[in-house]
Design a protein around this ligand. Structure first.
Ligand code: TYD
Ligand code: MG
Length: 458
């Protein structure tokens, strides 16, 4: 018999090598390789040398009833999911600790249970008493949820196998689960992957919608195994600044719907409240315009959200390296924009510290934010407020041109609805302006154009 090969699995990215190394060759993390048993459960059970069975092919248009989505009772959650939970699907819910994942799922579980669904909530992190306390605080302690504190996947599946199929199974969190079929401590790649595989297999065969809570590491990945993201049908990320009230639920992957839809919640004393009209949530509400502040009509999926972008520029007297700090936007994108402003418009940021903040703890991913950020930066540098009640949107190219963006019409309409009278953006969006809205639209060709407008127009 051949000598079993040794197998080392990186605990950060899940890649496998047959030789131990200090650094993972794939993700360059140090000391993450851990030896695991080489024989997989699959190859031990199945002798593949004996030939297999023939598989059946089916036509694409075979008549299969489409699964009926189950509403979660939280319209914002349904919206982010693309219309509700699909039976038999697996959802991975990631997010920073303390952001409100357990709260959101307990509220969902209680809503479904109250409307007659059968819900199992397994907490591996908290004792059942703690979950009950939270339910009391949410005013949902009367919901008929089947609650248990457990970490053994075998125990969980044995119990579930003996009862009628549940509509929803919540596992909080997958990192605390362990399977005795697999070597290693809970939280290691092989355990997380193995436990998830067993739970997903159960969900698919029983038609139960499965929600797995996953921890997020410092750099924002779902802890340890990215492999989990490949195994599930939907990956959701629950985001927000813990010090702020607002939380955004975003779909990062969705096999049953669009990925750019978001759900917006506010964390309140008695749990998460839905915010069905978020468009002016992230504005400061001040009337007097301030230098360095620009309003951006962002678009999340089909949903417009107006956010305020604030820039602060501090000139340094000494030759120290100036800081650049960004909250709510991409660091690299700011560096690029500063470089374009320097190279194409002759502005000088090299001896200045630049701070950029998106108000309200919102995180912008929309590329059309470039122009609003540039407007905030130029306004802060020139110490001139932007015109009051104005919005800015457009993508900036390396050549300093303002490029067209998607859905200019929806952005302008929302801004007009909230009482904004002026808008600046790409030149081609001018025909998207609704003549009845009475909005003054200025099409910009390039950043130079923008600088002229801000510096020349008091
Ligand atoms: P939690 O759901 O435990 O977060 P996660 O599971 O993502 O780690 O939420 C924890 C935070 O939410 C905690 O800091 C307190 C706050 N919170 C409220 O503000 N109001 C509430 O009604 C509840 C239940 C929690
Ligand atoms: Mg939790």
């Amino acid at each position: 018999m051949a000598k079993p090969k040794r197998r080392y699995v990186c605990q950060a990215c899940g890649s496998v090598t047959h030789r131990w190394q200090g650094q993972c060759a794939d993700c360059a993390e140090w000391n993450t390789l851990v030896e695991e048993a080489a024989e997989t459960v699959f190859s031990a059970k199945h002798d593949l040398s004996g030939g297999g069975r023939r598989i059946e092919f089916v036509p694409l248009d075979a008549k299969v009833p489409l699964p009926v989505r189950r509403k979660t009772g939280l319209a914002e959650f349904d919206r982010a999911l693309g219309g509700g939970l699909v039976p038999g699907s697996a959802v991975l819910m990631g997010g920073d600790p303390g952001i409100g994942k357990s709260t959101l799922l307990l509220q969902t579980a209680a809503q479904i249970a109250r409307s007659g669904g059968s819900v199992v909530y397994i907490s591996g992190e908290e004792a059942a008493g703690q979950v009950r306390l939270r339910a009391e605080r949410l005013g949902m302690a009367d919901a008929p949820i089947k609650l248990a504190s457990a970490t053994s996947v075998r125990d969980i599946l044995t119990t579930l196998g003996d009862m009628d199929a549940a509509d929803l199974l919540v596992i909080d969190s997958i990192q605390t689960m362990h399977s005795d079929q697999i070597e290693g401590a809970p939280g290691t790649v092989s355990q997380v992957r193995g436990c998830a595989l067993e739970l997903i297999r159960f969900a698919k065969s029983s038609g139960t919608a499965l929600v797995l809570v996953g921890h997020v590491t410092k750099d924002g990945n779902i802890a340890g195994p990215r492999v989990l993201e490949h195994m599930v049908d939907v990956v959701m990320s629950f985001e927000g600044e813990r010090s702020h009230q607002f939380r955004v639920l975003r779909a990062l992957k969705n096999r049953f719907g669009a990925v750019d839809e978001i759900g917006v919640f506010a964390m309140e004393g008695h749990g998460l409240a839905e915010v069905s009209n978020p468009s002016s949530l992230f504005l400061s509400g001040r009337d007097e315009p301030l230098a360095g502040s620009a309003v951006f009509p962002a678009l999340e999926g089909t949903r417009p959200v107006l956010v305020e972008i604030q820039a602060l520029i501090v000139r340094l007297q000494s030759g120290a390296t100036p800081r650049r700090a960004v909250v709510g936007w991409d660091n690299g994108r700011l560096a690029m924009l500063l470089a374009v402003l320097e190279a194409r418009c002759g502005l000088n940021f090299s001896t200045a510290e630049v701070y950029l903040n998106v108000a309200g703890g919102y995180r912008l991913t929309d590329p059309a934010a470039d122009l609003a950020v540039a407007a905030a930066l130029v306004s802060a540098l020139a110490d001139r407020p932007l015109p009051s009640r104005s919005v800015w949107f457009g993508e900036v190219s390396l050549a300093g041109e303002i490029r067209p963006v998607s859905h200019a019409g929806i952005r302008l309409k929302e801004a007009a609805k909230l009482g904004f009278a002026k808008a600046s953006g790409p030149r081609d969006a001018v025909d998207k302006v609704n003549p009845e809205a009475g909005m003054d639209y200025q099409g910009l060709t390039g950043l130079l154009n923008l600088v002229d407008r801000i510096v020349a127009n008091p």
